[in-house]
Design a protein around this ligand. Sequence first.
Ligand code: C2E
Ligand code: CA
Ligand code: CA
Length: 683
Amino acid sequence: MDVAVDKLRAAIAHDQESATVWDDAVHNVRKGDKNWIDANLGLWMHSYFGHDGGFVLDPKDRPVFSSFQGSLIDNKEFDHLEPAVMPLVSALRFKLRQGVTDELNDRVLSLGVSDLTIFLGRPAVVSIKPIISDSGNIKQVPGEEYLHVAVRLLDGDVLRELADNYMLDGLRFSWTNDSSSKEASIALKTSAGDTLGFLSWRPYRPGSDVVYSMIPTLAAVFLIVMTVLSVLVIAVKRRSLKLVSSEVTIRHLAFHDTLTGLPNRLYFEEVLDREIRRVRNGASSLALLYLDLDRFKQVNDSLGHPAGDELIVQFASRLKLLTASGDIVARVGGDEFTIIAPTGSGQERVETLCMRVVDAMRTPFEINGAHVFVGVSVGVACAPQDGQGRVELTRKADIALYEAKTTGRGRFAIFDERMDSAIQRRRTVERDLREALRTGEQLEAFFQPVYSAADRKLAGVEALMRWIHPASGFIPPDVFIPIAEETGLIEKVGEVVLRQACATAAALGIETVAVNVSAIELRNPGFASRVAATLMAAGLQPSRLELEVTESAIIDISGSTQENITALRELGIEISIDDFGTGFSSLGRLQNLAVDRIKIDRSFITGFGGSGSDEAIVKAIVDLAQAVGLKTTAEGVETPLQEQRLREMGCDHLQGYLLGKPMRSADLEALVGNMELAKANSA
Ligand code: C2E
Ligand code: CA
Ligand code: CA
């Protein structure tokens, strides 16, 4: 566990260097360009690396920029950190003045200090790095650089990540150590030796005790590898690597990933530096591809880590088959890969390569007899045009990757100067959404009617969020929900829609109202009780509420998802699986899911009447669902033919533009009124 915390500290420092070792950063902090600083040193670090706090200190150690979880905050907030941070700042300035170099290597580009501390009453890692030039062209007085302070809280996501990586069950932080408890724990100590608190976990998880018993071994292996690495790095640096036969093996070990046999990050960085030097000499041009598996975490969570490893191995061998002999493929992180591809003949070659990679990863992987759909997103930056330094090129490939991921995944994006502004745009959306949530005026739930297939009677409605922006007009949920999820605003959005949905259902006497719930909301331990409170306030019986969750959310074993689902169902709230069929889980899983209804994704219904197998698939889903006692809804019903077929198949509910579009609650009221009128007339 200590090793894990150390690794985390190193990772945060490494994250920082993506922006602190950069000529632009030196210029812009000197200029005091708040927008630039926020975009690159605040928001970027938060949204991309999950850092919670970001601060910039001027050469006199005064905070000139402060942000917390992606938002600007008053520089006074830095006072909370000051007592813990100032000794670190002095230590760093001392090292900078002394010009210490023995900490630097291929992976650590600048001096730094880090420690554990308390921030806003929560345990945190704080890491400080100087803001320096990457080209070496900007001279600064050593010790008088601007400093970047990164803070990552040691709870929430971080603990979940650690728990996942080390398979620790129930990992949590506590201020005191309960020696009578059966839990295993370690003390978190600051470098001064003060105990901050404790990390504890349940020592034996049924079925995973083997892994648990391996942790000491794993930690030992990790230490050995790290030692070999640092020895090697020094050896390489001094150009005194005398080849003794065993060193060839050690070198291979140090530069290759043991799981896939591919070059690792260290090797990749060395090669990239070498290739960039050739580009600078005008001898070549290259493309740097960053690849990230799209649903790796879900596979790991639902099928287990050995399956995740198997997936990585298969992914790597597909990648090797796709690339040409001059391309360098490396594995640089858990599910992150890179390709360095020479681009002598022009950009087309890169695009073709990207397309082939994205296409090839769309085909499912067979793992333990199950078909697993993952997909990959790719970001590309090219040298010389996008940059002529490793750090800059990597940062731009990263931005392009982020773009590919946030615009739908399973696609590639080639870096473009406008993408820097895309990050700005997302930031604007975030700020405006905060404002919308504060005033509560621009967000309105619309309602789409759902009909019973047998008799076309209104069975209920689904609430769908609409954002009517005062300046930009209508912003579709597909745009703002993902940003709300990234920024943590989704919980507030969720509360708004739930409140409006319950109120409308109660007022209009709608039988059931369905509300979409994001995976992030479900992970919050307080979710179920908040829903119960909202129902109470609206006076709506729990049985009239249905919550729609996605397949991947419901099989997520991290966080409190399962407890929430159980608690909600015990209250009498129905749970349905949204977009069924688009996740990676198989039909066979259906019987194991603790849900009440499945909503068959619109993409299957669209294919009705065509030559594909969509009708057969839907029929199989409906039959199986009936067999295990689940209700079914078909989404996206647009034609009478689709309605007819679905009715024949025995699908329970139908929803789609043919029957009704999402509408304001006033229009829903009119619709309900008309129906009652018609009923009264026919009676
Ligand atoms: P969804 O839950 O699958 O919602 C159904 C989407 O399909 C809606 O798009 C709806 O307008 C659209 N639709 C309904 N019938 C038809 C049809 O016959 N043909 C076609 N082509 N489309 C149809 P919308 O409202 O744009 O919502 C998009 C997605 O945004 C939703 O997909 C849901 O995942 C998410 N979303 C919307 N409101 C919320 C919310 O309040 N909370 C959360 N977490 N997500 C929401
Ligand atoms: Ca839905
Ligand atoms: Ca859906």
